[in-house]
Write a protein that binds this ligand. Structure first.
Ligand SMILES: Cc1cc2nc3c(=O)[nH]c(=O)nc-3n(C[C@H](O)[C@H](O)[C@H](O)COP(=O)(O)OP(=O)(O)OC[C@H]3O[C@@H](n4cnc5c(N)ncnc54)[C@H](O)[C@@H]3O)c2cc1C
Length: 441
C-alpha cells in the first residue's frame, strides 16, 4: 500500500552538490521544495558522510541549507517510477507518491568500471567504490592499496584511503605524460581547481604517480595478491592487498530517460540534453550536475543553483550564474580531453573475461550479436541486479553496444526493484500538471 502522497512546487531528485544547490535556490524564492535521495544522508558522492572524519566545511554549509522548514528532505527514498507530474519513491520508510509542479533531476554519475582479467577477484573495486567503502568504515589500516584507471577521482580516492590508514603503493594513470603536461599548462585558468590540485599533492606526498600506466590483469586465489601493470617502461608485477580501478564517471540518465527527456552524447555515454537555462526537452523538467555530463563538484553547485532558480520561476537569478557555468563547463571539456581513454584500455578484456558480473557472462559469449537486445536475450547479460548499469555501460565504452540514445525504447519502469505493495497501492491524486484540480493557485 502506498503510504503517503506529497505535493511540492519544486521537487529535486538527488541530494549531491547539484541537488542541494537546487533545493536551496528554489527555497530562496519561497517555493515549497522536496529533496529526495536514495542514500541515508544528503551529500551525494563527493560529500558522502565519512564515519571517521565527517565532511568538509563546504559540505557542512551546503547541508545546513536544507535544514530550513521550506525544504523537506526524504532520505533512503529511491525513485523507481515516473509519470508527468509525479514520481514514486520507495524505501524502508515506505512508498511515497511525490507530485511536483517543476522537477530538477540532479541524479549525478556513477563510476565507469571496465573488465580486465581478474577484475572480479575479491579485493578489486572501483576507485570511487573504494573511497565510499573507506568512508563507511571498511578497515584499511596497513593495507597495501594500488590505485589505477583515469581521472582526478584517482587522486581524491588515494587521499581518502591514505587518511584511513592505507599504504597507497602508487597511482597508475592511463593518460599520457604529454596529455597531463598540456593539462598542467591550462590549469592556472581555473585558480580554485589549481588550489585543489595543490592540496591533493600535499596530501599525497611520497605517493608515486605513474603516467601512461595501465593495469592489464589482477592475479590471486581467493583474493587479489598481485597486479600486472603495463607502463612506458614495459610490464611489471606489484604485490598488493587491494586494487582500486576506475575509468572516470558516467552520467545517471535513467530517470530522465524514463520521463522522455531527450539525451545527447559527446562520447560513448549519453547525458541529459538541456538548453542554456537547464530546461530539458520535457516541460517542467530541469536537470543539473553530472547528469548533464561530467563536470565536477563546482560545476554541479553552479548548475544546481541555476536549475533551482529556474524551477522556482526566477529566470533573472539564474541568468546571473550563466557565465560561471560556462567557465566550469570549459574545465569539464579540458578534463574530458586530458583523460580520454587510451585504446589499450579498450582491449584489456579477453574472451573469457566476465563482462556481466551479475549473470556470469564472458565477453566471448557476447560477440557476434548485431543487436544488444538479442545478446541480452541469448546470454542474460544485463538482466541481473545492476540491470546493465555496469556491464551495459562497459559494453558501450568498448564499442560493443548501442548506448541506447533513443528515449522510446531505452528504459522501462521500474528503474530499481520495487515492492509489489508499493505499486499496488498507488492512489489517484490530483497533480500540479492538472490545472483543473491543482492545489496551488
Ligand atoms: C563513487 C564516486 C566518488 C566520487 N568522489 C569524489 C571526490 O572525492 N571528489 C570529487 O571532487 N568528486 C568526486 N566524485 C565526482 C562527483 O560525482 C561530483 O563531482 C559531484 O558529486 C557531482 O554532484 P552531483 O550533485 O551532480 O551528483 P552526485 O553527487 O552523484 O549526487 C547524485 C545523487 O542522486 C541520487 N540519486 C540518483 N538517482 C536516484 C534515484 N533514482 N532516486 C533517488 N536518488 C537518486 C544519488 O543517490 C546521489 O546521492 C565522485 C563520484 C563518484 C561516482
Amino acid at each position: 500500500m502506498t503510504e503517503s502522497v506529497r505535493h511540492y512546487e519544486v521537487l529535486v531528485v538527488g541530494a549531491g552538490p547539484a541537488g542541494l544547490a537546487a533545493a536551496k535556490a528554489a527555497a530562496l524564492h519561497g517555493a515549497r521544495v522536496g529533496l529526495v535521495d536514495a542514500q541515508p544522508r544528503a551529500g551525494g558522492q563527493v560529500w558522502r558522510h565519512d564515519i571517521a572524519h565527517g565532511v568538509p566545511a563546504i559540505a557542512r554549509r551546503a547541508l545546513a541549507a536544507i535544514e530550513g522548514e521550506q525544504i523537506e528532505f526524504l532520505a533512503q527514498a529511491q525513485i523507481a517510477l515516473a509519470q508527468p507530474g509525479w514520481l514514486l519513491a520507495d524505501g524502508p520508510g515506505g512508498a511515497r507518491k511525490l507530485h511536483y509542479r517543476n522537477l530538477v533531476l540532479a541524479t549525478g554519475a556513477r563510476e565507469l568500471l571496465l573488465p580486465f582479467p581478474g577484475w572480479t577477484l575479491p579485493g578489486v573495486t572501483g576507485a570511487g567504490g573504494a573511497q565510499a567503502l573507506a568512508k563507511q568504515g571498511w578497515p584499511l589500516a596497513g593495507k597495501r592499496v594500488l590505485i589505477a584507471g583515469s581521472g582526478p577521482l584517482l587522486l581524491a580516492s588515494a587521499a581518502t584511503l591514505r587518511r584511513h590508514g592505507a599504504r597507497v603503493l602508487g597511482i597508475h594513470e592511463q593518460a599520457s605524460s604529454a596529455a597531463l603536461a598540456r593539462f598542467a599548462l591550462q590549469l592556472p585558468r581555473w585558480p580554485a581547481k589549481a588550489a585543489q590540485a595543490l592540496v591533493l599533492q600535499a596530501q599525497l606526498a611520497g605517493v608515486g604517480y605513474q603516467r601512461g600506466s595501465v593495469v592489464v590483469a589482477a592475479h590471486g586465489d581467493t583474493q587479489v595478491r598481485e597486479v600486472e601493470i603495463e607502463g612506458p617502461r614495459g610490464r611489471c608485477r606489484i604485490a598488493c592487498d587491494q586494487l582500486a580501478v576506475g575509468y572516470g564517471l558516467v552520467p545517471n540518465v535513467e530517470l530522465a530517460q524514463l520521463l522522455g527527456c531527450r539525451l545527447e552524447r559527446t562520447g560513448a555515454h549519453p547525458q541529459v540534453a538541456v538548453d542554456a537555462q537547464l530546461r530539458s526537452s520535457v516541460e517542467h523538467v530541469f536537470a543539473a550536475g553530472e547528469a548533464l555530463g561530467i563536470g565536477g563538484r563546482d560545476c554541479a553547485l553552479i548548475e544546481g543553483a541555476i536549475a533551482g532558480h529556474m524551477a522556482a520561476g526566477n529566470a533573472k537569478a539564474a541568468q546571473v550564474l550563466l557565465p560561471r557555468r560556462r567557465q566550469a563547463r570549459a574545465f569539464a571539456t579540458l578534463l574530458q580531453q586530458t583523460f580520454a581513454l587510451d585504446h589499450r584500455v579498450h582491449a584489456l578484456a579477453q574472451d573469457d573475461t566476465l563482462v556481466c558480473r551479475c549473470e556470469d557472462v564472458p565477453l566471448g559469449q557476447l560477440r557476434g550479436f548485431s543487436d544488444q537486445r538479442d545478446a541480452k536475450l541469448a546470454s542474460r547479460c544485463g538482466m541481473g541486479a545492476c540491470q546493465g548499469r555496469i556491464c551495459g555501460t562497459a559494453l558501450a565504452e568498448l564499442g560493443l553496444a548501442d548506448p541506447r540514445l533513443s528515449t522510446d525504447d531505452g528504459r522501462r519502469p521500474p528503474l530499481f526493484p520495487v515492492r509489489l505493495a508499493a505499486l499496488a497501492g498507488l492512489p489517484t491524486e490530483p497533480s500540479f500538471t492538472d490545472d483543473s484540480q491543482g492545489i496551488h493557485p
